[in-house]
Ligand binder design. Structure first.
Ligand SMILES: NC(=[NH2+])NCCC[C@H](N)C(=O)O
Length: 592
């Protein structure tokens, strides 16, 4: 039971007994640092129903609590605030209760709980994953893990854009310039290989535009008439009319890309329960268009196109079907959402992890689904995020502007290596162990740096700063974890039984209080879709631990009971760091 849960009925009872008044709401807050106390009752609101002054009222309630509530040790009143000091026994008890709980803070979903679908990544198959996808993948994965830990079933999914003119561009360029190159023949990852031909297409296209302009065409004409573009368009038509050759090529090249993505996801530590492909879903929304027309939600224009008028909602008119009967992006998203609930009938809500340039799209999508009357439509959330940039000159990417996800992860491990070597660490490690550790640290730095920021905010990613062993960084927290592991190894005695301690010092108590917050932080993280809450909590926990570590001796402590307790406390902090970091998708090293 939380402190609030313990104190609330007692305060009701106190007021009832002392003043014969029943209260409706009681307001608590954490005691301010400058006062003695663990939890504070705000007195002012009570003065609306009780005739008294704040000091007198605070003293009366405080005295009642000390006399009647075992957990309350003493109190003080500062103007309108009743600062309550909780007995050490309460914290010791609480600690012994969570000490061996390996799932502390995590809630197991009840079997009939509704599931949440979390969509993230959703790349296109003409290019490798880039820095924007990195933020997307980290956010989506983390939010999925947090929601799961909060007690809901979660399905991680994505929708891959595998059809359209952009795909034809890389296919065509491969046919023209590829000389049969394959991932095997070139040693390139499949997504990189295909991406290279997308770039090659663009280069050829630009050359043709220049050529046409030199021949006197306007830029606009040249852009439309470039032969290579016409060829790509022709390929798209062939593909859509079921041309066997084009489809065969598409299958081969797409598989290369999927293999490449799979490697990137694996290295990044993210995963999916299902995959949707636009080539399968692009017709899905069309049936719904008829339903919407019948319900009077959509309207047909004279040219045959279908629209939804959202001007009453402060948005505009949006097309859902073109006059030639083809679906648009929106139609497809409507159809895919419905299909997903058909596939997984226990889904009660969805989270879409997509950049903020699509804010409008999702506003409209959610409104349409609501109007169509789906009960899950009230539980849709667009996990929108801002741009990530690298400061110029930090890391050159192949194509100049876009930073490749694999390159970035590689670079992060290299940065971690450089810093670790400068610090002269890890001399006794094997080369393999070192490589694994550098990647753990490098990825930890990257993930933490990105996830500690509110998704809406733009990020300027600074690799060196993110690996700083002394800042609010992933490696700083990993290092604290590893140091605790070293204490545990050195302790080398059985510290599993509850210690017979009955008194805590300030540092120990603060640390237990910080641990006590973890379950609520997970719930809040899930409610607000916020890995940043988890990251910042972990940082506070680590700061609290380091302050404890500076102030008390652990293995050097002579009092055996204190020593046992402090090792236990350290271990619980380490376990909680690991648990919190697992929600961010970050690994913790046993040594560092
Ligand atoms: N359900 C969705 N619309 N998901 C987002 C898809 C993102 C799309 N593939 C893009 O790169 O812009």
């Amino acid at each position: 039971m939380s402190l609030q849960q313990i104190l609330t009925p007692s305060i009701h009872k106190a007021v009832q007994t002392l003043f014969d008044v029943s209260l409706d709401k009681i307001e608590f807050q954490a005691t301010r640092k400058e006062f003695e106390g663990d939890i504070t009752l705000v007195i002012f609101p009570l003065l609306k129903v009780i005739k008294s002054n704040p000091v007198e009222l605070g003293n009366k309630i405080g005295t009642y609590l000390v006399e009647n509530v075992a957990e309350v040790a003493r109190f003080n009143v500062v103007s309108g605030f009743l600062n309550i000091v909780i007995a050490d026994a309460y914290y010791l008890n609480f600690f012994n209760g969570i000490k061996d709980d390996t799932c502390y803070g995590f809630v197991t979903p009840s079997p009939d709980a509704k599931a949440v679908m979390v969509e993230y990544s959703s790349p296109n198959t003409n290019k490798p994953l880039h820095l924007g996808h990195v933020r997307n993948n980290l956010l989506g994965y983390s939010v999925a893990e947090i929601i799961k830990a909060s007690g809901k079933k979660v399905y991680k999914t994505q929708i891959i854009n595998d059809r359209g003119i952009h795909i034809c561009k890389s296919m065509l360029a491969w046919q023209k310039f590829g000389n049969g190159a394959t991932p095997e023949s070139t040693g390139l990852k499949g997504d990189k290989l295909v991406g290279n031909y997308y770039v090659a297409f663009d280069k050829a296209y630009k050359e043709e535009i220049n050529q046409l302009m030199a021949e006197g065409k306007t830029e606009e004409e040249a852009k439309k008439q470039a032969p290579i573009l016409l060829e790509a368009q022709e390929m798209l038509l062939k593909w859509e009319s079921g041309d066997k050759e084009v489809i065969a090529l598409w299958k081969v090249m797409n598989q290369w890309v999927y293999n490449g993505f799979a490697t990137t996801y694996k290295n990044m530590g993210v995963d999916f329960d299902s995959y949707y492909y636009e080539s399968n879903t692009y017709l899905l929304g069309k049936d719904v268009v008829q339903v919407g027309l019948d319900k009077g939600i959509f309207e047909r224009d004279p040219d045959g196109s279908v629209w939804i008028d959202l001007t009453d909602e402060g948005l505009d008119r949006k097309i859902v079907l073109r006059s030639d009967g083809t679906a648009v992006y929106m139609t497809q998203d409507i159809g895919t959402a419905i299909q997903r609930v058909k596939d997984m009938p226990d889904v009660g809500g969805m989270v879409y992890t997509v950049g903020n340039e699509q804010d409008y799209h999702f506003k409209v999508l959610f409104l349409i689904l609501k109007k169509l009357g789906f009960d899950w439509a009230s539980s849709l959330y667009h996990l929108s995020y801002g741009m990530v940039d690298l400061p110029s000159g930090k890391m050159k990417s192949r194509e100049g502007t876009v930073v490749d996800a694999d390159d970035l992860m590689h670079e992060m491990a290299a940065t971690a290596q450089k810093i670790a070597e400068d610090l002269g660490k890890l001399d006794e490690y094997s080369a393999e162990e070192k490589a694994a550790l550098y990647s753990t640290i490098g990825l930890g730095a990257l993930k933490y740096y990105i996830l500690k920021v509110d998704p809406k905010k733009r990020i300027l990613f600074n690799p060196e700063e993110s690996v700083d062993f002394a800042g609010n960084t992933g490696p700083f927290i990993q290092y604290t974890y590893a140091r605790i592991q070293s204490i545990i190894r050195k302790a080398a005695f059985d510290f599993s039984a509850p210690s017979a301690l009955n008194e805590l010092n300030e540092k120990e108590k603060e640390l237990i209080k910080q641990l006590e917050l973890f379950p609520e932080v997970i719930q809040n993280g899930a409610q607000y879709h916020s890995p940043a809450l988890i990251a910042n909590y972990t940082y506070e926990l680590v700061r609290e631990y380091n302050s404890f570590y500076q102030a008390v001796s652990i293995l050097g402590e002579e009092d055996q009971q204190k020593k046992i307790f402090r090792v236990q406390l350290s271990k619980k902090v380490a376990d909680t760091i690991a648990a919190a970091f697992s929600l961010l998708g970050i690994n913790v090293p046993e040594r560092m």
